[in-house]
Design a protein around this ligand. Structure first.
Ligand SMILES: Cc1ncc(COP(=O)(O)O)c(C=O)c1O
Length: 315
């Protein structure tokens, strides 16, 4: 054995292989058991670490991103942190356009990695000033700029097909009845569903969706949950793979995120709160010998001044 062969080459080599943990108190009032997959344990702090390298490799292979270039992306924060981390390792500059509903902690985080951040008003995609359109135009206006396109490029769901899905299958021994995930770009739920359904088509794929998002039906209105829910169906979301959508209110999602910290010792974000609410609903429809897996995209550390600050926050 080489002396130091257990030491990883870069931080990018420790992305993925996140653990799953049983819920011990929440959702144990009958029905299936619930386990959550802790994506906050990726080195950049969220599930988006998985797509950063995949998007960058896609851009370099196609010649859109050249050495010394600038990575530009529209992000609600986590993709930005993941890309900023990868950009630092690989020697690219990075620049992010974020909606103003994003938490201050996430903006500070991007700046900590040395990225430029442009904060814009949170507008629907039909508006020319929507953050995705602004990011694309910004990339075109910068020499060496490359728009990463997490909402449109196959490299996004592909990363989850190659890692997140197989990990869930491996760590459950294939013995799961349902998986719950949210959809922002839809990369997570599409990639996981594609993999798991290829192994066992009876696995139920359930989308957790903020009330106000169109994915679960209904018309669009703004919501506070970050990272998931949309006012259109992104190219990276294959709706045919999702068996069912369940909508959750901001209040219910955030209350559950607070319970997760206090009752389970799991400091998770608001979207995970929504996922756990949905997992509970699904678990009640199943039997005690079955398993529901919920994918927890990020950590509550991103939301200490919002979700976890009840006195100041009107959410
Ligand atoms: C905070 C957060 N980040 C990332 C994701 C993953 O989204 P997607 O892969 O659909 O873009 C979600 C989905 O729920 C989320 O809530």
């Amino acid at each position: 054995m080489e002396r130091w062969d257990r030491i990883k080459s870069t931080v990018l080599d420790v992305v993925g292989n996140t653990p799953m943990v049983w819920l011990q108190r929440i959702g144990t009032d009958g029905g299936a058991r619930i386990a959550i997959k802790l994506e906050s344990l990726n080195p950049g702090g969220s599930i988006k670490d998985r797509i950063a390298l995949s998007l960058i490799q896609d851009a370099t292979k196609s010649g859109r991103l050249l050495p010394g270039g600038t990575i530009v992306e529209a992000t609600a924060g986590n993709t930005g942190a993941a890309l900023a981390m990868a950009a630092a390792v690989l020697g690219y500059r990075s620049m992010f356009v974020v909606p103003d509903k994003m938490s201050a902690e996430k903006v500070a985080l991007l700046r900590a990695y040395g990225s430029d951040v442009k904060i814009v008003a949170d507008k629907p995609r039909s508006d020319p000033d929507n953050y995705q359109h602004i990011a694309r135009k910004l990339a075109e206006s910068i020499p060496g700029g490359c728009y990463m396109g997490q909402f449109e490029r196959d490299a996004n769901p592909e990363a989850h097909f190659l890692s997140t899905g197989p990990e869930i299958w491996r760590d459950t021994g294939g013995e799961l009845a349902a998986v719950v995930a949210g959809a922002g770009t839809g990369g997570t739920i599409t990639g996981i569903a594609r993999y798991l359904k290829a192994q066992n088509p009876t696995i139920q794929v359930v989308g957790a969706d903020p009330e106000g998002s169109i994915l679960s039906g209904g018309s669009y209105r703004p919501f506070k949950i970050e990272g998931m829910g949309e006012d259109y169906v992104p190219a990276t979301l294959d709706m045919d793979l999702v068996d069912r959508w369940i909508a959750v209110s901001d209040d219910d999602a955030f209350a559950m995120a607070r319970r997760m910290a206090r009752e389970e010792g799991l400091l998770v974000g608001g979207s995970t709160g929504a996922m756990v609410v949905v997992a509970q609903t699904i678990a009640r429809e199943l039997s005690a010998t079955q398993l529901v897996v919920a994918v927890a995209p990020d950590t509550g550390r991103n939301y200490l001044n919002t979700i976890f600050s009840e006195t100041d926050y009107e959410g």
